[in-house]
Design a protein around this ligand. Structure first.
Ligand SMILES: [Zn+2]
Length: 339
């Protein structure tokens, strides 16, 4: 699958020589391997290519669990790039899914960020406070595409698609598009997506081409219990908060084309710039499991690690440092120095 994104070029048109697109960052059990060897084989991610001038970016955790190393990796990239470019970091708590978010996780995330020394440039915003914003955007979207009620369950969609295929996204086949189901409580809300490819330049991976209508079909904007979806909230928030640089993990790469498309339909004239950073993987290449991810910030703190050690570990795990050496929050910009 990675080959699809291969042979990329930076936005600036220079060949992608600074970073291997195929590199998978692994968590080694041998963290203490000699620094000399690690440094010799280390291929730095920097210098990174052109970013928007003084970008507005965001850190956007969901309070469905505690802050763990995966989040810290994202924070290191986000704050590091923002500080290196004179940009701003907005803190957005993505609590759109009311069934899964809990206030104690919200509080814990804020506490852990403060402990790490990661300060946002504006007060934290919560998606749960923005119901009117998402509803108003939906009304705008309804003027440019068909927005309709959907009564399908996930199981029905899987059956209509011929059953779920391992590793492939479930595509909504448009079952309810031609029906007269309105936007009423108890039904999902979907938007018809126009056919056609979206192309964009990921600042790390290069040229990407996606076809949202083929990948996911008409997009779910609100689920049947009444929660706005991730795709919808993120698109509306990035547009209305003026976010012009999105920095997130590769696991969200497939969301980017559809978010660009939705933003365009909402009248966004220029999409944000995107950078998808490496995820941390276990020794066998799989994503970190629950137990490993329970390397929550709180647990690392309880184990006696300093904030600098946790940030350094995250920087190292995502290819920004040759060894897991400590780095302070206010020093993260040096990971992205342009030399
Ligand atoms: Zn349906």
């Amino acid at each position: 699958m990675r080959g699809r994104y291969g042979s990329s070029r930076w936005l600036s048109g220079r060949p992608a020589v600074a970073f291997d697109v195929h590199q998978v960052v692994r968590v080694s059990k041998e963290e203490t391997s000699p620094a000399r060897d690690a440094a010799a084989s280390f291929r730095p991610v920097n210098p990174l290519p052109s970013f928007p001038a003084r970008p507005t970016t965001r850190f956007a955790p969901s309070p469905t669990g505690v802050l763990h190393l995966g989040h810290v990796v994202n924070a290191v990239w986000t704050w590091g790039i923002a500080r290196a470019t004179g940009g701003r970091v907005l803190l957005r708590i993505e609590d759109h899914d009311r069934s899964r978010c809990r206030p104690e996780f919200d509080a814990a995330i804020l506490r852990d960020l403060a402990w790490l020394g990661l300060e946002a440039d504006a007060g934290s915003a919560r998606q749960s406070d923005r119901q009117d914003r998402y509803a108003a955007a939906l009304a705008r979207l309804g003027r440019v595409t068909t927005v309709y009620g959907c009564a399908c369950s996930r199981k029905m969609i899987a059956t209509a698609a011929g059953g779920p295929i391992e590793g492939e996204e479930l595509r909504y086949p448009g079952t309810c598009r031609g029906t007269s189901l309105g936007l009423v409580a108890g039904l999902g809300v979907r938007a018809a997506l126009p056919d056609g490819a979206i192309t964009f330049h990921d600042l790390r991976l290069g040229a990407i081409r996606q076809d949202p209508a083929l990948q996911c079909g008409d997009l779910l904007l609100r689920d049947q219990p009444g929660s706005w979806t991730y795709q919808w909230c993120v698109t509306v928030d990035d547009l209305e908060d003026g976010v012009d640089l999105v920095i997130r993990g590769e696991d969200l790469l497939e969301s980017t084309g559809r978010q660009i498309l939705l933003g365009r339909m909402l009248g966004r004239t220029a999409p944000a710039a995107f950078l998808h950073h490496p995820l941390i993987h276990g020794d066998d290449g799989r994503k970190l499991g629950k137990r490993e991810r329970s390397e929550g910030v709180e647990a690392l703190r309880a184990a006696g690690l300093a904030p600098e050690a946790v940030l350094g570990r995250a920087a190292w795990l995502s290819g920004l440092l040759p060894v897991a050496e400590p780095i302070r929050a206010d020093d993260l910009a040096r990971l992205f120095d342009r030399r």
